[in-house]
Design a protein. Structure first.
Length: 134
């Protein structure tokens, strides 16, 4: 008579729920890591009696559809643009100019203004309009 067991006992741990737990932990750490800025150093900053903030006023350079140049709403010729910009940025630490160029103009007028800004070390920002209907 053979009375031995035909079934073997195996020790098996169900790990299917571990996948869900690991997925949620990974999402949590990804979200938290994007919120943390490692370059921030906590400092106690000194107090100041005047709460005045220095506001930078950018210079606005505009070119309309007819090709007329404007420097802060003042009409100016393209040849006068560079000397007038150089005069206005004297004494400014980091001069900034906002470019407003009509969309119907060719790119060369924009490139000419950018070259002037590059020679004078002016930070240039292009003003754009948001697309309608999207």
């Amino acid at each position: 008579m053979n009375l031995s067991r035909r079934r073997k006992i195996s020790s098996h741990v169900e790990t299917s729920s571990m996948n869900d737990i690991m997925f949620f932990l990974m999402l949590f750490f990804l979200i938290v890591s994007t919120m943390v800025n490692p370059n921030v150093i906590k400092l106690m900053l000194p107090n100041a009696r005047s709460g005045k903030q220095a506001m930078k006023q950018p210079i606005t350079i505009s070119v309309d559809a007819a090709g007329t140049y404007f420097l802060d709403r003042t009409p100016i010729t393209p040849t006068e643009l560079e000397p007038e910009l150089a005069r206005r940025i004297q004494g400014l630490e980091s001069p900034t100019a906002v470019l407003r160029v009509d969309a119907s103009l060719n790119v060369q007028k924009l490139v000419d203004i950018l070259e002037i800004g590059n020679r004078l070390k002016i930070k240039m920002v292009m003003a754009t309009q948001a697309q309608q209907g999207k």
